[in-house]
Design a protein around this ligand. Structure first.
Ligand code: NAD
Ligand code: UDP
Length: 315
């Protein structure tokens, strides 16, 4: 049994990771300030005596004896991370410093949830880990993109300078149950709009692309990365390489929900990446042949069912 700390454990991804690691027989301490996460996501774990929930903000130091740390704390949706950009960058940078300091002190292995956003609006397509990215340092998305880039730098420097055992994953757009319905990300927006019969908001022409990964595939890749061979630190892309335009996504969701919603176009946000698709050869090679198993339609059906239940419960 390992003792594992998950920062951001009450969030969308953190809640799935908490559940999986508990079920594998570990002790899990979930640390969250509930900015975008919710106790609801983990309430079904509360009865488990090996699960602990702590209200804490990662911009402040936290002391605990653990074997592993998954550093997931950070708002991930553009709407939420742009709400208070200074806080977002503090969460990424000071959160990384505090968690790396803890890992160094107690000798824990630590995994960083980095992001495909480190590639910015990529000039190389699809994106391998060797691509350094095309990021605006002073735009609306910079608090998130540059915060995550700086966190990667801190992870590598603690590893090189202090021998801290690190792992870095770059997560591509992920969706599934436990997403916040007001999160503002495209999958949750389109599903909620379709279920309510509201207009589906396509930003720009809708020809921009993303590659959507179901949360179970991410959790599997994340745990495999934590358990990967010593000496492999990443960064490694964890994403589904099947690419869709936002128009294709909207059409799929309308079909699957049987919705009468109409598409409307809204302005494209500043610095919105035009295309995104991971190269996953490194993950396949280093993570025992890991690759996504859940294709978009199957994952959307599960996610639609989650939001349908949630919306009915709220009515
Ligand atoms: P989320 O917003 O649902 O979860 C983030 C969690 O972190 C929330 O529970 C929130 O309350 C908590 N949090 C935020 N600031 C905090 C702070 N200062 N102190 C303590 N807790 C704090 O987002 P998610 O989709 O679950 O993302 C989890 C991680 O994965 C994030 O680091 C995100 O950047 C990364 N990531 C996610 C995606 C994706 O598509 N979901 C893509 C790339 C990277
Ligand atoms: N998007 C959209 N309508 C929405 C929300 C998002 O067309 O209601 C677009 C957004 O402009 C972007 C893509 O969907 O091109 C993915 O947006 P999201 O916020 O989910 O993630 P990110 O841009 O961080 O990849």
């Amino acid at each position: 049994m390992k003792r594992i700390l998950i920062t951001g454990g009450a969030g969308f991804v953190g809640s799935h990771l908490s559940e999986r690691l508990l079920h594998e027989g570990n002790e899990v301490i979930c640390l969250d300030n509930y900015f975008t996460g919710s106790k609801k996501n983990i309430e079904h774990l509360m009865d488990n005596k090996y699960f602990e929930l702590v209200r804490h903000d990662v911009i402040n130091p936290y002391m605990i004896e653990v074997d592993e740390i998954y550093n997931m704390a950070c708002p991930a949706s553009p709407v939420h991370y742009q709400f208070n950009p200074i806080k977002t960058i503090k969460t990424s940078v000071m959160g990384a410093i505090n968690m790396l300091g803890l890992a160094k002190r107690v000798g824990a292995k630590i995994l960083q949830a980095s992001t495909s956003e480190v590639y910015g609006d990529p000039a190389v397509h699809p994106q391998p880990e060797t691509y350094w990215g095309n990021v605006n340092p002073i735009g609306l998305r910079s608090c998130y993109d540059e915060g995550k880039r700086c966190a990667e730098t801190l992870f590598m420097d603690y590893h090189i300078q202090n021998d801290v055992k690190i792992k870095i994953i770059r997560i591509f757009n992920t969706y599934g149950p436990n997403m916040n319905p007001n999160d503002g990300r495209v999958v949750s927006n389109f599903i909620v709009q379709a279920l309510k019969g509201e207009n589906i908001t396509i930003f720009g022409e809708g020809t921009q692309t993303r590659s959507f990964q179901y949360v179970d595939d991410l959790v599997e890749g994340t745990i495999r990365m934590m358990n990967s061979r010593d000496g492999f630190v990443g960064p490694v892309n964890i994403g589904n390489p099947t690419e869709f335009t936002m128009l294709e996504l909207a059409e799929k969701i309308i079909k699957l929900t049987n919705s009468k919603s109409k598409l409307i176009h809204m302005p494209l946000p500043q610095d919105d990446p035009l295309q995104r698709k991971p190269v996953i050869d490194l993950a396949k090679k280093e993570l025992n042949g890991w690759e996504p198993k859940v294709q978009l339609e199957e994952g959307l059906i599960k996610t639609i069912s989650y939001f349908d239940t949630l919306l009915h419960a709220n009515n």
